[in-house]
Design a protein around this ligand. Structure first.
Ligand code: PBG
Length: 331
Protein backbone atom coordinates (compact mmCIF):
# COMPACT_ATOMS: atom_id res chain seq x y z
CA UNK A 1 0.00 0.00 0.00
CA UNK A 2 1.27 3.49 -0.84
CA UNK A 3 1.51 5.95 1.98
CA UNK A 4 1.07 9.39 0.43
CA UNK A 5 2.71 12.55 1.67
CA UNK A 6 5.40 13.11 4.22
CA UNK A 7 6.04 15.19 7.29
CA UNK A 8 6.07 18.16 7.79
CA UNK A 9 3.72 18.91 4.87
CA UNK A 10 1.49 16.12 6.00
CA UNK A 11 0.37 16.22 9.60
CA UNK A 12 -2.20 13.61 10.55
CA UNK A 13 -3.00 15.48 13.73
CA UNK A 14 -4.72 18.23 11.69
CA UNK A 15 -7.76 16.04 11.23
CA UNK A 16 -7.89 15.17 14.90
CA UNK A 17 -7.92 18.74 16.10
CA UNK A 18 -11.54 19.18 17.00
CA UNK A 19 -14.40 16.95 17.81
CA UNK A 20 -16.49 18.06 14.82
CA UNK A 21 -13.58 17.34 12.50
CA UNK A 22 -13.10 13.90 13.97
CA UNK A 23 -16.81 13.26 13.52
CA UNK A 24 -16.66 14.48 9.94
CA UNK A 25 -13.97 12.09 8.83
CA UNK A 26 -14.90 9.06 10.94
CA UNK A 27 -15.00 5.86 8.88
CA UNK A 28 -17.46 3.83 10.94
CA UNK A 29 -20.46 4.58 13.06
CA UNK A 30 -22.71 2.62 15.34
CA UNK A 31 -26.34 3.10 16.16
CA UNK A 32 -28.84 1.21 18.23
CA UNK A 33 -29.84 -0.51 14.93
CA UNK A 34 -26.66 -2.54 15.21
CA UNK A 35 -27.39 -4.07 18.60
CA UNK A 36 -29.02 -7.24 19.85
CA UNK A 37 -29.71 -7.66 23.55
CA UNK A 38 -29.56 -11.14 25.13
CA UNK A 39 -32.13 -11.64 27.90
CA UNK A 40 -32.09 -14.36 30.57
CA UNK A 41 -35.44 -15.73 31.69
CA UNK A 42 -36.25 -17.72 34.82
CA UNK A 43 -39.30 -19.39 36.27
CA UNK A 44 -41.45 -18.02 39.07
CA UNK A 45 -43.09 -14.67 39.56
CA UNK A 46 -42.09 -11.12 40.29
CA UNK A 47 -38.36 -11.73 40.40
CA UNK A 48 -35.47 -9.86 38.88
CA UNK A 49 -32.40 -11.73 39.96
CA UNK A 50 -28.78 -10.62 39.78
CA UNK A 51 -26.14 -12.83 38.17
CA UNK A 52 -22.95 -12.62 40.17
CA UNK A 53 -20.54 -13.42 37.37
CA UNK A 54 -22.19 -10.83 35.09
CA UNK A 55 -22.61 -7.65 37.12
CA UNK A 56 -25.49 -5.56 35.80
CA UNK A 57 -27.13 -8.45 33.91
CA UNK A 58 -30.28 -10.00 35.37
CA UNK A 59 -32.60 -12.94 35.08
CA UNK A 60 -36.26 -12.00 34.68
CA UNK A 61 -39.38 -13.94 35.44
CA UNK A 62 -41.79 -13.72 32.52
CA UNK A 63 -44.11 -11.26 34.24
CA UNK A 64 -41.09 -8.97 34.73
CA UNK A 65 -39.89 -9.10 31.13
CA UNK A 66 -41.76 -5.91 30.20
CA UNK A 67 -39.41 -3.90 32.46
CA UNK A 68 -36.49 -4.66 30.18
CA UNK A 69 -38.51 -4.82 26.95
CA UNK A 70 -39.74 -1.27 27.50
CA UNK A 71 -36.13 -0.15 27.49
CA UNK A 72 -35.40 -2.16 24.36
CA UNK A 73 -38.33 -0.43 22.67
CA UNK A 74 -37.40 3.02 23.97
CA UNK A 75 -33.82 2.78 22.73
CA UNK A 76 -34.88 1.22 19.41
CA UNK A 77 -32.87 -1.94 19.74
CA UNK A 78 -34.17 -4.13 16.89
CA UNK A 79 -33.94 -7.57 18.42
CA UNK A 80 -33.55 -9.56 21.63
CA UNK A 81 -32.07 -13.05 22.07
CA UNK A 82 -33.77 -15.25 24.64
CA UNK A 83 -31.94 -17.60 27.01
CA UNK A 84 -33.71 -19.70 29.64
CA UNK A 85 -32.50 -20.64 33.11
CA UNK A 86 -34.29 -23.96 33.31
CA UNK A 87 -35.05 -25.36 36.78
CA UNK A 88 -33.10 -28.54 37.56
CA UNK A 89 -36.21 -30.68 37.88
CA UNK A 90 -37.05 -29.95 34.24
CA UNK A 91 -33.69 -31.11 32.90
CA UNK A 92 -33.10 -34.60 31.55
CA UNK A 93 -30.66 -36.50 29.32
CA UNK A 94 -32.58 -35.68 26.15
CA UNK A 95 -33.33 -32.04 26.92
CA UNK A 96 -37.06 -32.80 26.58
CA UNK A 97 -38.07 -29.44 28.02
CA UNK A 98 -36.80 -27.85 24.80
CA UNK A 99 -39.89 -29.27 23.08
CA UNK A 100 -42.42 -28.14 25.68
CA UNK A 101 -44.59 -25.45 24.14
CA UNK A 102 -44.99 -23.91 27.57
CA UNK A 103 -41.28 -23.69 28.39
CA UNK A 104 -39.76 -20.37 29.38
CA UNK A 105 -38.65 -19.46 25.86
CA UNK A 106 -42.00 -20.29 24.23
CA UNK A 107 -43.95 -18.32 26.81
CA UNK A 108 -41.60 -15.36 26.41
CA UNK A 109 -41.88 -15.34 22.62
CA UNK A 110 -45.66 -15.26 22.91
CA UNK A 111 -45.52 -12.39 25.39
CA UNK A 112 -43.17 -10.34 23.24
CA UNK A 113 -45.16 -10.92 20.06
CA UNK A 114 -48.34 -9.92 21.84
CA UNK A 115 -47.14 -6.92 23.83
CA UNK A 116 -44.06 -5.73 21.93
CA UNK A 117 -44.67 -6.76 18.31
CA UNK A 118 -42.12 -4.23 17.04
CA UNK A 119 -39.26 -6.08 18.73
CA UNK A 120 -37.57 -8.92 16.82
CA UNK A 121 -37.04 -12.20 18.63
CA UNK A 122 -34.12 -14.51 18.13
CA UNK A 123 -33.82 -17.90 19.81
CA UNK A 124 -30.93 -20.29 20.28
CA UNK A 125 -31.38 -23.74 18.86
CA UNK A 126 -29.33 -25.98 21.16
CA UNK A 127 -30.16 -28.27 24.04
CA UNK A 128 -27.72 -27.11 26.71
CA UNK A 129 -30.22 -25.15 28.81
CA UNK A 130 -32.34 -28.31 29.04
CA UNK A 131 -29.95 -31.26 29.38
CA UNK A 132 -28.91 -32.75 32.71
CA UNK A 133 -25.32 -32.99 31.39
CA UNK A 134 -25.13 -29.43 30.02
CA UNK A 135 -24.17 -30.42 26.47
CA UNK A 136 -25.79 -28.87 23.40
CA UNK A 137 -26.87 -32.26 22.10
CA UNK A 138 -27.82 -35.72 23.26
CA UNK A 139 -25.21 -38.25 24.30
CA UNK A 140 -24.97 -41.68 22.70
CA UNK A 141 -21.98 -44.01 23.07
CA UNK A 142 -20.31 -41.36 25.22
CA UNK A 143 -20.40 -38.85 22.34
CA UNK A 144 -22.65 -35.92 21.58
CA UNK A 145 -24.47 -37.63 18.72
CA UNK A 146 -24.88 -35.51 15.61
CA UNK A 147 -27.90 -37.14 13.94
CA UNK A 148 -29.82 -37.91 17.10
CA UNK A 149 -29.33 -34.31 18.16
CA UNK A 150 -30.47 -32.84 14.85
CA UNK A 151 -33.74 -34.82 15.10
CA UNK A 152 -34.52 -32.90 18.29
CA UNK A 153 -33.15 -29.56 17.11
CA UNK A 154 -35.44 -29.41 14.08
CA UNK A 155 -38.41 -29.90 16.40
CA UNK A 156 -37.10 -27.20 18.72
CA UNK A 157 -36.66 -24.80 15.79
CA UNK A 158 -40.14 -25.54 14.41
CA UNK A 159 -41.69 -24.98 17.82
CA UNK A 160 -39.93 -21.63 18.17
CA UNK A 161 -41.16 -20.60 14.71
CA UNK A 162 -44.71 -21.62 15.61
CA UNK A 163 -44.52 -19.43 18.72
CA UNK A 164 -43.55 -16.45 16.57
CA UNK A 165 -39.76 -16.42 16.72
CA UNK A 166 -38.37 -14.31 13.87
CA UNK A 167 -34.79 -15.51 13.76
CA UNK A 168 -33.82 -19.09 14.42
CA UNK A 169 -30.24 -19.24 15.65
CA UNK A 170 -28.70 -22.72 15.81
CA UNK A 171 -25.78 -22.44 18.24
CA UNK A 172 -25.22 -26.15 18.74
CA UNK A 173 -22.51 -26.73 16.09
CA UNK A 174 -23.85 -30.07 14.83
CA UNK A 175 -22.93 -30.74 11.19
CA UNK A 176 -25.81 -30.36 8.75
CA UNK A 177 -28.37 -28.90 11.10
CA UNK A 178 -28.99 -25.69 9.17
CA UNK A 179 -30.18 -27.60 6.10
CA UNK A 180 -32.48 -29.82 8.13
CA UNK A 181 -33.94 -26.84 9.99
CA UNK A 182 -34.51 -24.94 6.72
CA UNK A 183 -36.30 -27.98 5.27
CA UNK A 184 -38.63 -28.33 8.23
CA UNK A 185 -39.40 -24.61 8.35
CA UNK A 186 -40.22 -24.50 4.63
CA UNK A 187 -42.34 -27.61 4.80
CA UNK A 188 -44.41 -26.02 7.55
CA UNK A 189 -44.91 -22.73 5.77
CA UNK A 190 -42.33 -20.74 7.69
CA UNK A 191 -40.52 -19.67 4.55
CA UNK A 192 -39.96 -16.19 5.91
CA UNK A 193 -38.50 -17.18 9.24
CA UNK A 194 -34.78 -16.55 8.91
CA UNK A 195 -31.83 -18.58 10.07
CA UNK A 196 -28.88 -16.96 11.76
CA UNK A 197 -26.33 -19.70 12.02
CA UNK A 198 -23.74 -19.61 14.74
CA UNK A 199 -21.52 -20.92 11.98
CA UNK A 200 -18.22 -19.98 13.57
CA UNK A 201 -18.42 -20.82 17.23
CA UNK A 202 -15.19 -21.57 18.99
CA UNK A 203 -14.87 -23.77 22.07
CA UNK A 204 -14.12 -20.87 24.37
CA UNK A 205 -13.42 -20.23 28.04
CA UNK A 206 -15.12 -16.90 27.56
CA UNK A 207 -18.56 -18.55 27.80
CA UNK A 208 -18.02 -19.22 31.50
CA UNK A 209 -20.27 -16.50 32.96
CA UNK A 210 -23.07 -17.38 30.47
CA UNK A 211 -23.04 -20.99 31.65
CA UNK A 212 -23.44 -19.64 35.13
CA UNK A 213 -26.32 -17.42 33.97
CA UNK A 214 -28.24 -20.30 32.37
CA UNK A 215 -27.32 -22.78 35.09
CA UNK A 216 -25.28 -25.22 33.03
CA UNK A 217 -21.87 -24.61 34.58
CA UNK A 218 -22.15 -27.15 37.38
CA UNK A 219 -23.77 -29.67 35.02
CA UNK A 220 -21.07 -29.67 32.40
CA UNK A 221 -18.38 -32.15 33.34
CA UNK A 222 -16.25 -31.84 30.21
CA UNK A 223 -15.61 -29.29 27.47
CA UNK A 224 -17.41 -28.85 24.13
CA UNK A 225 -14.36 -29.37 21.94
CA UNK A 226 -15.83 -32.27 19.96
CA UNK A 227 -18.36 -29.94 18.37
CA UNK A 228 -17.29 -26.33 18.87
CA UNK A 229 -14.28 -25.08 16.90
CA UNK A 230 -10.62 -25.23 17.82
CA UNK A 231 -9.30 -21.72 18.45
CA UNK A 232 -6.06 -22.49 16.65
CA UNK A 233 -7.90 -22.63 13.34
CA UNK A 234 -9.01 -20.17 10.68
CA UNK A 235 -9.54 -22.32 7.56
CA UNK A 236 -12.19 -24.32 9.33
CA UNK A 237 -14.24 -21.16 9.75
CA UNK A 238 -14.49 -20.78 5.95
CA UNK A 239 -15.71 -24.33 5.63
CA UNK A 240 -18.29 -23.84 8.39
CA UNK A 241 -19.65 -20.65 6.81
CA UNK A 242 -19.59 -22.02 3.26
CA UNK A 243 -21.51 -25.13 4.21
CA UNK A 244 -24.07 -23.22 6.27
CA UNK A 245 -24.76 -20.79 3.42
CA UNK A 246 -25.32 -23.72 1.07
CA UNK A 247 -27.69 -25.22 3.61
CA UNK A 248 -29.74 -22.02 3.75
CA UNK A 249 -28.31 -19.73 6.43
CA UNK A 250 -29.39 -16.10 5.89
CA UNK A 251 -26.80 -14.65 8.25
CA UNK A 252 -23.82 -16.03 10.12
CA UNK A 253 -22.45 -15.37 13.56
CA UNK A 254 -18.85 -15.35 14.74
CA UNK A 255 -18.41 -16.03 18.42
CA UNK A 256 -16.69 -14.98 20.71
CA UNK A 257 -16.16 -11.45 19.47
CA UNK A 258 -13.24 -9.24 20.38
CA UNK A 259 -10.68 -12.01 20.47
CA UNK A 260 -11.86 -13.26 17.06
CA UNK A 261 -11.95 -9.98 15.13
CA UNK A 262 -9.55 -11.44 12.57
CA UNK A 263 -12.11 -14.14 11.79
CA UNK A 264 -15.00 -11.65 11.52
CA UNK A 265 -12.95 -9.65 9.06
CA UNK A 266 -11.99 -12.63 6.95
CA UNK A 267 -15.52 -14.02 6.79
CA UNK A 268 -16.85 -10.61 5.84
CA UNK A 269 -14.31 -10.30 3.04
CA UNK A 270 -14.81 -13.78 1.67
CA UNK A 271 -18.57 -14.29 1.85
CA UNK A 272 -21.25 -11.91 0.66
CA UNK A 273 -23.54 -12.42 3.61
CA UNK A 274 -24.36 -10.45 6.76
CA UNK A 275 -21.87 -11.29 9.48
CA UNK A 276 -22.91 -10.78 13.08
CA UNK A 277 -20.69 -10.99 16.11
CA UNK A 278 -21.33 -12.01 19.70
CA UNK A 279 -19.55 -10.10 22.44
CA UNK A 280 -19.85 -13.01 24.83
CA UNK A 281 -20.35 -13.13 28.56
CA UNK A 282 -16.65 -13.39 29.44
CA UNK A 283 -15.83 -10.34 27.36
CA UNK A 284 -18.70 -8.47 28.97
CA UNK A 285 -17.60 -9.42 32.46
CA UNK A 286 -13.99 -8.44 31.86
CA UNK A 287 -14.96 -4.95 30.76
CA UNK A 288 -17.73 -4.53 33.30
CA UNK A 289 -15.61 -5.64 36.25
CA UNK A 290 -12.78 -3.37 35.16
CA UNK A 291 -15.19 -0.43 34.98
CA UNK A 292 -16.59 -1.22 38.42
CA UNK A 293 -13.08 -1.37 39.82
CA UNK A 294 -12.25 1.87 38.01
CA UNK A 295 -9.51 0.18 36.02
CA UNK A 296 -11.28 1.15 32.78
CA UNK A 297 -13.70 3.97 32.04
CA UNK A 298 -17.13 3.67 30.45
CA UNK A 299 -15.95 4.69 27.01
CA UNK A 300 -14.20 1.32 26.78
CA UNK A 301 -17.62 -0.21 26.08
CA UNK A 302 -18.18 1.95 23.00
CA UNK A 303 -14.60 1.37 21.87
CA UNK A 304 -15.10 -2.38 22.06
CA UNK A 305 -18.22 -2.15 19.86
CA UNK A 306 -16.41 -0.08 17.26
CA UNK A 307 -13.84 -2.84 16.93
CA UNK A 308 -16.61 -5.10 15.63
CA UNK A 309 -17.73 -2.47 13.16
CA UNK A 310 -14.22 -1.93 11.82
CA UNK A 311 -13.85 -5.66 11.42
CA UNK A 312 -17.02 -5.76 9.32
CA UNK A 313 -19.82 -6.99 11.59
CA UNK A 314 -23.24 -5.61 10.69
CA UNK A 315 -24.67 -6.23 14.14
CA UNK A 316 -23.40 -7.18 17.56
CA UNK A 317 -25.03 -9.27 20.23
CA UNK A 318 -23.99 -7.61 23.47
CA UNK A 319 -25.06 -7.49 27.08
CA UNK A 320 -24.17 -3.79 26.93
CA UNK A 321 -26.83 -3.08 24.28
CA UNK A 322 -28.96 -0.80 26.44
CA UNK A 323 -25.98 0.96 28.04
CA UNK A 324 -24.59 1.61 24.58
CA UNK A 325 -27.85 2.88 23.15
CA UNK A 326 -28.07 5.30 26.09
CA UNK A 327 -24.52 6.52 25.64
CA UNK A 328 -24.32 6.73 21.87
CA UNK A 329 -24.87 10.46 21.59
CA UNK A 330 -22.10 11.24 24.03
CA UNK A 331 -19.13 10.09 22.02
C1 PBG B 1 -25.26 -22.41 24.13
C2 PBG B 1 -24.74 -21.05 24.09
C3 PBG B 1 -23.59 -20.58 24.72
C4 PBG B 1 -23.56 -19.21 24.50
C5 PBG B 1 -24.66 -18.86 23.70
N1 PBG B 1 -25.39 -20.04 23.45
C6 PBG B 1 -22.60 -21.25 25.58
C7 PBG B 1 -21.97 -22.48 25.18
O1 PBG B 1 -21.91 -22.85 24.02
O2 PBG B 1 -21.50 -23.15 26.10
C8 PBG B 1 -22.52 -18.28 25.04
C9 PBG B 1 -22.89 -16.87 25.19
C10 PBG B 1 -22.03 -16.09 26.09
O3 PBG B 1 -21.02 -16.55 26.64
O4 PBG B 1 -22.39 -14.92 26.29
N2 PBG B 1 -25.34 -23.14 22.99
Amino acid sequence: MNIFGSYPKTRLRRLRKSRWMRNLISETSISSNDLILPIFIRDGKNKVEIIKSMPGVKRYTIDKLPTILKQVKKYKIPMVALFPYTPNNKKDDLGSEALNSNNLVCRSIRLIKEKFPEIGVMCDVALDPYTSHGHDGVIFNKQVDNERTIKILVKQALLQAKMGCDVIAPSDMMDGRVGEIRKVLDKNNFKDVSILSYAVKYASSFYGPFRDAVGTKSKLKSDKKTYQMDYRNTLESYREVGLDIKEGADMVMVKPGIIYLDIINKIKKNFKIPVLAYQVSGEYSLIKNAIQKKILNEESIIESIYSFKRAGACAIVTYFAIDIAKKLKKY
